[in-house]
Design a protein around this ligand. Structure first.
Ligand SMILES: [Zn+2]
Ligand SMILES: [Zn+2]
Length: 68
């Protein structure tokens, strides 16, 4: 199943990485199975392969979005 974690939206705006009208989000990909992206705020381990913990071995991608 997809793990984008964006199915919920609405009334809890508690993003600590919000700067001005920009939202910075980090997504990571499991180095073992290349599954992803996982939102680092929601997933600290891979849900696909025996909960491999996110670490320096895993690729992290920074996404900057503008918030209207
Ligand atoms: Zn994995
Ligand atoms: Zn890894």
């Amino acid at each position: 199943m997809p793990a984008s974690g964006s199915s919920k939206h609405g009334h809890h705006a508690r993003d600590p990485s919000k700067q001005g009208n920009k939202v910075v989000e980090y997504f990571w990909y499991c180095c073992r199975c290349n599954y992803g992206p996982f939102n680092v705020n929601h997933y600290s381990s891979c849900t696909y392969c025996s909960n491999h913990n996110k670490g320096p071995c895993c690729q992290v991608e920074k996404i900057v979005r503008k918030q209207s």
